[in-house]
Design a protein around this ligand. Sequence first.
Ligand SMILES: [Zn+2]
Length: 447
Amino acid sequence: MPPNILNIHAYKILRVEESEHDYHIRTELAQSPTHCPGCGHARLLRYGRNEQVIRDLPIHGKRVGIYVDTQRWRCQACGKTFMEPLPAVNAKREMTDRLVTWIGQQSLRRTFTSIAEDIGLDEKTVRNIFRDYVSELERSIRFETPTWMGIDEIHIIKPRCVISNIRSNTIVNLLPNRDKKTVINYLGNLDGRHEIQTVAMDMWTPYRDAVQAVMPEARIVIDKFHVVRMANDAVERARKSLRESLTPKQRRGLMHDRFVLLKRERDLNDKERLLLSGWTANYPELGEAYRLKEAFYGVYEGMGTPEQALARYAVWQRSVTPEVCDAFADLIRAFTNWQPHILAYFDHPVTNAYTESLNSLIRVMNRLGRGYSFEALRAKILFTEGAHNKTKPKFRRREAAPTVGYAMFEMVGRASFGQDQHEVIEAAKNYGADISTLTRLIEEGKL
Ligand SMILES: [Zn+2]
């Protein structure tokens, strides 16, 4: 008999055929059933056979089919017929359990097409296994609900909603779109949603409406980043409106130097300062837009109370001149529409560390390989094992073990030794996928 290359001893190997790409392994079950699964009776009769082909893990790079001549049995006591169960075979699919597990794990690392090719299955089967694997992960891996939640946009094929934990710099979910209904559905089903104190978001009305509908007690905060970048957008708008009046050469020059206009004044080196003064001297509107951009950053500098910030903003707004007010119209409108939430930042500032790490992740996202669906990319981000931010259960010294009779009896009577109890009370917590780790894995091509 050929050696058991399957290493599943419930099967007896009858013959192994090898071709260029495949192994065909003929087997039979090492043991016949002894009892009827229905009534437990032991008198069984053979009742026809059926050959099944079970797919297994590749061996030596070749696809594997296991052929089992499966016997149907009939119970003489209750009359029921049944196929003998196939050990180590997945109940839903004609595949070994270990193949299903392997495909699930691989589906977070590789494209479905390449896995399908290795096994000799169609892509649809791989996708179905992936879905089952991910729903199993969703059931078994629970992320802590953030008390400080971030809701932002991330581009994965199209705009998606990314839910993060600001305190731990982690991602806890990705939603397929940014619709109010989607966000309401997510938040409405979230355990512990009433413990969410603060939600930081970009200025996207469906997010605000969803949070106000589901968790009216949570404070909405607009991160500084989303507001001040509108001042940079205004400078860009001023530059573009100037283009008409420039020669092609000047236009290229201004395009080339625009980074200087977007930089903070205090960060300019001497050469850049010279470039800036050249442009602003020749084009006063550009100089005006630059001055207003810098002054708008000033609304955030010095922090203070929301009232102080509002007072700084009012001074700023009065200083906007008619020449550039079109360029700043969007910023002024946004500030008006979102004022309470923009000012809430001064009570609850979102950390720069969080904003910067999320922005880095958003920037590198498009490096994630092509050929992946949103569902696959989402699963990679959320469930890549090494990226989780987990706490270990707290170390607690065990109670000194009682040594004498009565005390010992009491311990057993409590039916639980100290250690077990601690494991229940102080279970490890998982805060989600660490944003900086994800960014690094993507940059290194490891995700
Ligand atoms: Zn029976």
